[in-house]
Design a protein around this ligand. Sequence first.
Ligand code: SR1
Ligand code: MG
Length: 403
Amino acid sequence: MATTTKQAYTPLNEQTVIELSQELNLFTEYSSLEVNEIGDGNLNLVFRLVEPSTKKSVIIKQALPYAKVVGESWPLTLDRARIESDSLKKFAEFAPEHVPEVLYSNNDLAVTVMEDLSSHVILRKGLIDGETYPNLAQHIGTFIAKNLFYTSDFYLHPFEKKRLVQQFTNPELCKITEDLVFTDPFYDIETNDFPAELQDAVSELWNDPELRKKAARLKLKFLTNAEALLHGDLHSGSIFVIEESTKIIDSEFAYYGPQGFDIAHFFANIAMNHIAQRAHIKDVEKRAGYQLYLSGLIRDTWNVFTSTYKELWRDKGVELATKLPGFEDEVLEEIFTDMVGFAGCEVIRRTIGLAHVADLDSIADFDEQIRLKKKVLKLGSDWVKNKQRIKNIEEFITSIRSV
Ligand code: SR1
Ligand code: MG
């Protein structure tokens, strides 16, 4: 692929993004290119370019020097574009079928050109609409297992592992997670965002020293346990899906962290959808059927994840400790317990913190929305405080189903 003469960073617009695509020789006919800025996330510009005559299309994503969700008052490193393109390329080494292909990246311009996935839908939207995806558990379980194992000390030479830790050191984006997921929701801090009707339930969290201490412990793991390369923000808005294909996007939060983190975020977002469906699907039988699908999605993902991880451990383990009988079970038990705690923090912060989820916020009946959000807060608090008491995936599912 060609390169560009543009060197200095300036935010792209619908005109300059065409010029860039021309310099990169992405298309053949530039006069008729269709360009749309489709970014609906919290942080970046996302342009979709389509050449009508050939139907060829690409995505050009550019990081802004601030968080779009808040505005220019929240400066944010452009280095996250490098983290995103480098991590997508790294993930593609193990699971190319589950990430968009990176066609070009330029760290100075904070630009990544990638495969257009508009044939897919964002999983969060699909789940809110009550759609089912028969291959999703297989895809997500495999993706997480491969990325964790192949980037861990169990597989890599220690020098290479530490080189990757350096490459994926991502202090500013990690700080967002440290604040928004592990700290702010547990204190009266101005980034929090919830209606007055939740104040009593929130005060209960803020007046619970045990909860704060357990959340602080989870934060300590997030800060210090450089176990494997994580996606870092694997909620259902970071997954594009159709029946036969699953693609993980938006990996700008990637860094070396605790292995239970990504799967926790996936499960936490499925759990919030499960609870929100009480309001979205009015027909009782239909709702029960859909919630069973969601429980099965969690169960199957966990089972695929553990069996793939064990297989890799057995067949590809390099570190001597992988030969110790039963050690992989201990590692997986720790991943499981961490998962429960991290999931607790994620559901709490999505309910009262800065960045919410549409699953809950789109519940039209406000009283019902508040009632269900209170349940989510209780569930999250229980997961954080009592994570050791939930012994296996069936008990985790039961905790969601009995909300
Ligand atoms: C300011 S960014 C807010 C949230 O959006 C991202 O997707 C992450 O989840 C982050 O916490
Ligand atoms: Mg994102």
